[in-house]
Design a protein around this ligand. Structure first.
Ligand SMILES: [Zn+2]
Length: 128
């Protein structure tokens, strides 16, 4: 808890995001999670545009806990659809409440799938 006070601001986070260390770390997280979205379960792909693009998400956002930036346990693989959808909504809803954000992300569930494996929840990012 003391550690975070040593980190000044989001400028450092941006430097980290572009760093070789992050590229390598990100790959270890994606491999650990078998390139599957931990929120909706879909297989992740490379690239930035597809909704299934791999994103490594900080459970507790980096701007709240920069000291957890490179902590494997605070990172997990999600798809761009989940990252831009439920993850962002959860972070917006809970503001600076670190534990509430983490708990909401961990417990979020797309609400079941049809026979083809598509989510039934109309608010699921695949259906938007
Ligand atoms: Zn997903």
């Amino acid at each position: 808890m003391q550690l975070r006070k040593q980190f000044p601001n989001s400028g450092l986070i941006e430097v980290w995001r572009r760093s070789e260390r992050w590229k390598q770390f990100r790959l270890t997280i994606l491999k650990r999670d078998l390139w599957a979205c931990k929120m909706c379960g879909r297989a992740l792909v490379t690239g930035r545009k597809p909704k299934a693009s791999a994103v490594v998400d900080h459970l507790i956002p980096a701007h709240l806990r920069p000291d957890l930036f490179f902590e494997a346990e605070n990172n997990r693989s999600v798809c761009k659809g989940c990252h831009d959808g439920p993850c962002q909504s959860i972070e917006a809803k809970h503001g600076r409440d670190e534990e509430a954000i983490k708990a909401a992300k961990m417990s979020w569930h797309p609400g079941g799938y049809d026979a083809q494996g598509f989510p039934l929840d109309p608010s699921h990012p695949w259906n938007s």
